[in-house]
Design a binder for this molecule. Structure first.
Ligand code: AMP
Length: 219
């Protein structure tokens, strides 16, 4: 099963990709997490990525594409994976298809659109928290840590994401609309686009995702 998760920020893509990994062992690559790791490491790629991420803009295609496609290399033809947040542009989607074809690996089976009304996106993002130590994701209402402000996994301090402030959120939504939404048509034209509701509670959404994957014969 090779799926890409599309949809605006805050629609549950990352949470569901992580649950599929924890409960079913499906590999999950989240481009935002990989970029935030690079920013924490402070290397060249991290510095360049940070400039765009702080503003809510996309990181340049060449940089993200190389970073993500390298992480796919260790996976074999039989490995299932979910990509969360990649591709975000048509150029990235074409680069992904090309790389899989070059390596004689199966193509992407499905693109899942996490559909979400704009008002709900703002509400969701306002409650989102991230661990400054290990990058684990939480939500004050939907996925609270056991102890307020403290990461369950590593004991690190929870913070708001720097790009979850209202102005940057607005910018990210514009970027989503202009650069990523066209990908829906790209995958629809290939008959690969499916949708789940982004405004469901976590376990309900998990059931919707698993049902969809089963219906399509991918699980
Ligand atoms: P996310 O955690 O998926 O919301 O991503 C956070 C930020 O990382 C985005 O606002 C972009 O600046 C950057 N980013 C993540 N994935 C990509 C991608 N595929 N292409 C370009 N920029 C990305």
């Amino acid at each position: 099963m090779r799926a890409v998760f599309l949809g605006p920020p805050g629609a549950g893509k990352g949470t569901q990709a992580e649950l599929l990994w924890e409960r079913m062992g499906i590999h999950c690559l989240a481009s935002g997490n990989i970029l935030r790791d690079a920013v924490r490491n402070g290397d060249r790629i991290g510095k360049e990525a940070a400039r765009n991420m702080e503003r809510g803009s996309l990181v340049p295609d060449e940089l993200v594409t190389d970073l993500i496609l390298k992480r796919l290399e260790p996976l074999g033809s039989g490995d299932s994976f979910v990509l969360d947040g990649f591709p975000r542009t048509e150029a990235q989607a074409r680069a992904l298809d090309q790389r899989l074809a070059q390596r004689r690996q199966p193509a992407v089976d499905m693109a899942v659109d996490f559909e979400m009304p704009a008002e709900e996106i703002i509400r969701r993002l306002a409650g989102r928290r991230i661990c400054g130590g290990c990058g684990a994701n939480y939500h004050l209402q939907n996925l609270p840590p056991k102890k307020p402000g403290v990461c369950d996994r590593c004991g690190g301090e929870l913070q708001s994401r720097a790009d979850d402030d209202p102005e940057t959120i607005r910018r990210r939504l514009v970027v989503y609309h202009e650069e990523t939404e066209p990908l829906l048509a790209f995958y629809r034209a290939q008959g690969k686009l499916r949708a789940v509701r982004g405004d469901l509670e976590i376990e309900e959404q998990y059931r919707a995702v698993v049902d969809l994957l089963r219906r399509e014969g991918l699980l």
